[in-house]
Design a protein around this ligand. Structure first.
Ligand SMILES: C[S@@+](CC[C@H](N)C(=O)[O-])C[C@H]1O[C@@H](n2cnc3c(N)ncnc32)[C@H](O)[C@@H]1O
Length: 263
């Protein structure tokens, strides 16, 4: 690895990739290779690793969003589409308002997006859904084009969080709402020993023997530890322009949902 003074001279500062320090310019490529390698097994691994809990966490996010007819959703780091599909499945179709909804799954990883496209077809979602290949830091989307912007288990992977949060604020309409569902490093002390063992031993083992990629799952564990605690994330959201920020934790602090408005 190049030393930091050399990096400074070249204007290529370092950042964290899990517990490693890497040149910032290499971070997105390294993250991309993680998801490229796990895309096909991503959904199975999610169930296995979380014991199915990720489904409850995502449903809690959707319940908080309370999807309504006509809502425009942009799901950043949308991956294989879980949050978007739940959003569409939970749209309240009971009212007479037939305004068409619009859902956009945005992700920089082509392999993840391809899985999302196949799943969308399998689920019969053809109209009102689109797929955009782009990172959170540079969303090729119009200003104020969403009522709801979600990022689920994605913000941890974003190389430049300041730019990513600013972009997600920009694409929200006035009165629109941002939601971030993410693992949190602030786990309840009583759970810590168990959580540490699970993170350090079980997850990498599952990564190696089930997903065939130990490194990818070590990256997962390490990136969670590096992610800001709820208070720090609130400060970053405020700096990006979000208002009336709230957060809820679940499963003893293992995950948190942060929400903020664009006013
Ligand atoms: C753990 S998956 C989450 C997928 C999905 N949102 C879910 O909850 O199941 C993380 C996703 O973040 C994407 N990602 C990585 N770097 C990103 C970036 N800079 N901007 C947006 N998404 C990114 C990856 O390609 C991957 O699909």
């Amino acid at each position: 690895m190049a030393n930091s003074s050399k990096n400074d001279v070249e204007g290529d500062v370092e950042t964290n990739f899990g517990f490693r320090r890497v040149p910032k310019s290499e971070h997105a490529g390294l993250v991309s290779s993680v998801f490229e390698s796990v895309a096909d097994r991503y959904d199975v691994m999610n169930d296995l690793m979380s014991g199915g809990l990720h489904r409850l966490w995502k449903q809690a996010l959707i319940d908080w969003i309370n999807p309504q007819p006509g809502m425009r959703l942009i799901d950043v780091a949308g991956g294989t589409g879980d949050v978007t599909f739940r959003f569409l499945e939970n749209l309240d179709n009971s009212s007479d308002d037939n305004t068409a909804h619009q859902a956009t799954i945005c992700d920089p990883n082509n392999a993840m997006l391809k899985v999302a496209q196949t799943r969308a077809l399998d689920k019969g979602f053809v109209r009102g859904i689109e797929f955009v290949e782009a990172p959170a830091e540079e969303l090729p989307l119009e200003n104020r084009s969403a009522d709801v912007c979600t990022i689920s288990f994605g913000l941890r992977n974003v190389t430049d969080r300041v730019a990513g949060l600013a972009e997600m604020h920009r694409i929200l309409d006035f009165g629109g709402r941002f939601f971030c569902l993410e693992f949190s490093p602030a786990v309840a002390p009583i759970l810590e020993p168990l959580y540490e063992t699970y993170s350090n031993r079980v997850l990498p083992w599952l990564g190696e023997h089930v997903a065939g990629d130990r490194e990818a799952y070590e990256y997962l564990v390490e990136s969670i530890r590096r992610f800001p605690e709820p208070g720090a994330l609130i400060t970053e959201m405020e700096a990006a322009g979000f208002s009336k920020i709230q957060h809820r934790t679940m499963s003893g602090g293992i995950v948190a949902i942060h929400s903020g408005w664009r006013l």
